[in-house]
Design a protein around this ligand. Structure first.
Ligand code: NI
Length: 271
């Protein structure tokens, strides 16, 4: 009796399997026949974007540069070289966006990074360096150095330098004081002790006041001349939004973008 019952059960289970298999088979839908398309040569959708403007690759020395002066806000030159500088980053969203814009145009810029953000976003620092941009020292905590003791200034510069070196293996070669605030004697001892010239700027779109992207762009395009050092901040969305118009406007005027060290290699006098 037990044997018979188990054989009935076995038969039932086989039937169940068969039923379920056949149910599955009927559920399979035959794939649709591939649709053949042909090119429509009669019409081509016009591109809404003109071809991107491209910065020429500039073969200027960037090491060692001819830095005999302690402080620069511009390099007097007849050649159309300029340096874009971006301060206070990196920012986790805006800096990568900016890097995409620069890469698309073959533009090399200089980033005055803050030590606290360097530690927070090491992969962005490595990307900046890998894509050929220059890194400058902008202290660890962004204080007003002109009101600080020499040893406190040293701590700020050493801390930022050490974080940058640890993360990307590159040593900054110039510094920019936060707010541009540095006394004459501080500029002098920093230059002799670190080899850093103090890098200020001659074009300031005051983007930190958030005047809007189009105002930032027109101030940059109007204010830049041969040898200019342009100040901007990659921690503000409107600044990065202003970059396509700023960069393309400058390229259209015939300017060639180089790093700060490359610009300094042209020589020049103290500002
Ligand atoms: Ni700053």
């Amino acid at each position: 009796m037990i044997k018979r019952r188990s054989s009935i059960l076995a038969t039932l289970s086989v039937l169940t399997v068969l039923v379920s298999c056949s149910a599955k088979e009927t559920a399979v839908v035959a794939p649709p026949a591939p649709v053949k398309t042909v090119a429509n040569t009669a019409h081509r959708t016009p591109s809404i974007r003109p071809p991107a403007l491209r910065n020429p690759s500039v073969n200027l020395s960037n090491s060692p540069f001819n830095s005999t002066k302690v402080s620069y806000s511009r390099i007097p030159t007849a050649a159309p070289y300029i340096a874009m500088t971006f301060d206070d980053g990196p920012h986790p969203v805006y800096t990568p966006r900016l890097l995409d814009m620069l890469r698309k145009r073959n533009i090399k810029a200089t980033f005055y990074v803050v030590g606290t953000n360097v530690k927070r976003y090491p992969s962005i620092i490595r990307r900046i360096v890998a894509e050929g941009h220059e890194i400058g020292n902008h202290t660890v905590n962004h204080p007003n150095l002109s009101k600080m003791s020499n040893s406190a200034v040293r701590n700020e510069l050493n801390g930022a330098r050490d974080s940058i070196v640890a993360i990307c293996g590159v040593k900054p070669r110039t510094m920019r004081p936060p707010y541009g605030a540095l006394t004459t004697s501080q500029r002098s001892w920093i230059h002799s002790e670190y080899g850093y010239p103090t890098i200020l700027w001659d074009v300031d779109p005051k983007d930190w006041q958030k005047p809007g992207a189009s105002v930032v762009a027109s101030r940059i395009v109007q204010g830049t001349r041969n040898g200019s050092i342009v100040l901007a901040h990659d921690i503000h969305q409107a600044t990065v939004d202003a970059m396509p118009a700023s960069l393309d406007g400058l390229l259209r005027k015939g300017f060639k973008f180089v790093t700060v060290s490359q610009l300094l290699s042209l020589g020049g006098t103290a500002q």
